[in-house]
Design a protein around this ligand. Structure first.
Ligand SMILES: Nc1ncnc2c1ncn2[C@@H]1O[C@H](COP(=O)(O)OP(=O)(O)OP(=O)(O)O)[C@@H](O)[C@H]1O
Length: 331
């Protein structure tokens, strides 16, 4: 039997804020095997960062146990730290060294020889598109540039287990794609286990083979993106009518063929969430036509992880994050 890379039982963390107890993480049981690429998804305040901070020994648990890379976070924190890489949300290296030197120093701190640290720094500079900043002083870099340098710092010693807390926040789409590519390569070449949190649902969908949804400090779903979508969300059928009145009538009394489906109206559009959307549409259009309602346009879309989230929690993850899109600073 293989030892899991991460094993937590009843992992819990409370905070006291103005005499009020905040239950940030409530009794998490989690097993991650070597080589898995896991994304933690959840709304702001769900407990993702607190979980990562406990697993990386930065924060002691209130109760419960966690073994990470074969060591106990409470009794062997130094062992844990030596075996993992961690890129937090605000590492923000603000030193007077140049980017490349900062990376080499970090590599040396993890026990690499000077030559190995140099070679590794060059490899990361290339793959994370840091060439333009490698010879600049870190304190003068833009937010997005620093973010990429932080990520390179977490990867310098090629750890067997890597934790990334929202690695793509603040990166532009091109650099997000570069990072995703680098993470894929790390796994393919070194079998690195990766646990990341992200606000980008499409990123979790494309990159992770396992998605864990956390809400209010609890694990509420844990599966492949494909199975989560198949089990927890129906297809989205969007019907557009010529008038809001027609849409309102349909939303109030949808045709029998979509009995039991979720129906919502926005203006002259009606959104129906139902399984087997593509097969349902011809029947749906026929019943509408029979009732004398003409449809101006129809669209069927496969479910997304946001639909899964909405179904599980009643809230949309996308809306929260679309409200404050991240932008990478210009160079
Ligand atoms: N150091 C702290 N002191 C007090 N409360 C905290 C502390 N850290 C986190 N919390 C609270 O714990 C809860 C979980 O926070 P956490 O940062 O883990 O959520 P998250 O899922 O990572 O959110 P985000 O997506 O915004 O990063 C929140 O209610 C937060 O306010």
């Amino acid at each position: 039997m293989t030892t899991p890379m991460i094993r937590t039982r009843g992992l819990t963390r409370h905070f006291t804020v103005k005499k009020q107890k905040v239950e940030a993480v409530r009794g998490l049981d989690l097993d991650v095997e070597a080589g898995e690429l896991v994304a933690l998804l959840g709304p702001n305040g769900a407990g993702k960062s607190t979980t990562l901070r406990m697993l990386t020994t930065l924060l002691p648990p209130t109760s419960g146990t966690a073994e990470v890379a074969g060591a106990d976070v409470r009794t062997q924190p130094r062992e844990v730290r030596r075996r993992i890489g961690y890129v937090g949300q605000g590492n923000g290296a603000a030193h007077s060294q140049r980017g490349r030197d900062e990376l080499i120093t970090q590599g040396r701190a993890y026990g690499l020889s000077r030559a190995a640290a140099r070679a590794r720094a060059d490899e990361l500079i290339e793959s994370l598109d840091l060439a333009a900043v490698a010879d600049r002083v870190v304190s003068g870099l833009s937010g997005g540039q620093r973010r990429r340098l932080d990520i390179a710092m977490g990867l310098i010693h090629a750890p067997g287990l890597l934790f990334l807390d929202e690695p793509s926040t603040g990166l532009d789409p091109q650099n997000r794609a570069n990072l995703a590519e680098h993470i894929r390569r790390l796994r393919a070449e070194h079998g690195t286990t990766v646990v990341l949190t992200t606000h980008y649902l499409d990123e979790a969908d494309q990159l992770a083979e396992r998605v864990i949804v956390i809400d209010h400090g609890r694990l509420i779903a844990d599966d492949t993106p494909q199975r989560l979508k198949a089990d927890h969300a129906g297809d989205r059928i969007t019907l557009t009518f010529d008038t809001e009145r027609e849409a309102a009538l349909v939303a109030a009394g949808p045709p029998g063929v979509v009995a039991g489906a979720q129906v919502e109206r926005t203006g002259a559009q009606v959104l129906i969430r139902a399984d087997g959307g593509a097969r349902l549409v011809p029947k749906l259009l026929r019943s509408l036509e029979e009732s004398g309602t003409s449809v101006a346009a129809v669209e069927v879309a496969r479910p997304t992880l946001d639909d899964v989230f909405l179904n599980l929690t009643g809230r949309s993850l996308r809306e929260q994050h679309d409200a404050a899109p991240a932008k990478e600073d210009q160079q």
